[in-house]
Design a protein around this ligand. Structure first.
Ligand SMILES: Nc1ncnc2c1ncn2[C@@H]1O[C@H](COP(=O)(O)OP(=O)(O)OP(=O)(O)O)[C@@H](O)[C@H]1O
Ligand SMILES: [Mg+2]
Length: 377
């Protein structure tokens, strides 16, 4: 079984923590925040993430994909429920800031204890915003009202260090899995959560606009990884040049796409490219095609996975497809979770199958939750 603390163990950073200067990433921390340490940063997390290596870390699964309405929240909510049914302790977090609606899938309104209270107003402890979802083993953190996030301001997003502290600290030590329901779009914090998760799931509809948005999302992820690799290997100038060569409108990629081009740049920027290629391989990326109506729709997933591997260089996996099913809107109308309201629907069955694959991909053992607790160092 995988020990997730290992992923966050920044090998060079452990001893050299005090000598390494952490890049600030537009970050203006609130007065209450602790100083940065670089271990999480060096291990692939955003600069604002502090890692307490003495703490057991849950498997972090982020559901994103760029396009609005692709089924990210439906999948996150029901995947959380299925993992909990299998005996995992799951924390589900609504990270669709400004358009939070994950609570709706559970038939509840926005509670006063929510993520905005914790991150924006900082007037409540993390444990207090973890609320029962109505499903055994599944706790939920709701997003908060839209206007709260406006109060956060342009630089307030540095407060995400508080969330990282909580995710990687004692407040989440009891959970096996933390599931993040990301918003649409390619905002920096969305991409940061996606790239830092142990498993990032891209949810896509089998239609041209959605497929295009998903590729833009992957491109944004790749750009972020290049920037991060530049910062972490102290070769920002090289990262800038590589980014130019890959994404400049005048540059030709050819059939091999970004991956081939990167490999061809290895001779010129060996350290940066090696760092980047290992970052690409070190991330699990899963693809789910939603609202399929035909075999052709299902096949979209397979060809996207192959493009994601060969063109972008990500270690991608087809997690499965979800068929279009009226049970989705009927359960919303009934204010009940789909897998509870229509447990025998084909859609619920598909989500169950995906949950099994996720379980295996993030390395949880097929036993009950007391046995899946990963060991502390
Ligand atoms: N497989 C499906 N069959 C039928 N309807 C679906 C299916 N999946 C999702 N839907 C419906 O599509 C709508 C959007 O789903 P959802 O809220 O999960 O998308 P989202 O990606 O989270 O959107 P946003 O980016 O706005 O947060 C909802 O009304 C949902 O019920
Ligand atoms: Mg959503």
């Amino acid at each position: 079984m995988q020990n997730y603390t290992d992923k966050f163990r920044g090998s060079p950073g452990r001893d050299g923590a005090s000598s390494y200067k952490v890049p600030q990433e537009n970050h203006r921390p609130a007065k209450t925040l602790p100083p940065f340490v670089d271990r999480g940063w060096r291990a692939g997390l955003p600069a604002c993430a502090n890692v307490d290596l003495a703490q057991r870390v849950p498997a972090i699964v982020a559901v994103g994909g760029g396009k609005g309405g692709a089924g990210k929240s439906l999948l996150s909510a029901n995947l959380g429920a299925q993992l909990a049914n299998a005996g995992r302790k799951v924390l589900l977090i609504d990270l669709d800031l400004g358009a939070a609606n994950l609570h709706t899938y559970f038939g509840i309104g926005i509670p006063n204890k929510n993520l905005a209270q914790f991150l924006v107003y900082q007037n409540i402890p993390f444990r207090s915003i973890q609320l029962p979802s109505g499903i055994d083993g599944l706790q939920i953190i709701c997003g908060g009202r839209d206007e709260s996030w406006a109060d956060m301001g342009e630089f307030g997003f540095g407060s995400f260090s508080l969330l990282w502290d909580a995710l990687l600290g004692a407040e989440c030590g009891e959970f096996d899995v933390v599931l993040l329901d990301l918003g649409a779009g390619i905002q920096k914090y969305t991409i940061d959560f996606f790239t830092s998760a142990h498993l990032g799931i891209v949810t896509v509809l089998p239609e041209a606009t959605s497929i295009e948005n998903s590729y833009s999302f992957l491109k944004a992820t790749l750009i972020r990884l290049i920037e991060n690799s530049g910062l972490r290997s102290s070769s920002c100038a090289a990262a800038d040049e590589v980014r130019q060569q890959l994404f400049h409108s005048g540059s030709s990629l050819g059939k091999g796409g970004y991956l081939r081009k990167l490999e061809s740049l290895r001779a010129t920027y060996p350290e940066l490219v090696d760092h980047l290629l290992s970052a690409l391989k070190g991330r699990n990326l899963g693809l789910v095609v939603n609202q399929v109506r035909s075999q052709r729709d299902i096949d979209v997933g397979q060809s996207m996975v192959s493009v994601t591997r060969s063109y972008f260089g990500f270690d991608a996996l087809y997690l499965g497809h979800l068929n279009y099913d009226d049970a989705a809107w009927k359960s919303l109308r009934n204010n009940r979770l789909l897998t509870v309201d229509f447990p025998y629907s084909l859609l619920a069955r598909r989500i169950y199958e995906i949950s099994r694959t996720v379980d295996t991909t993030v390395g949880l053992a097929p036993t009950n939750s007391s046995k899946v607790r990963r060991k502390v160092l």
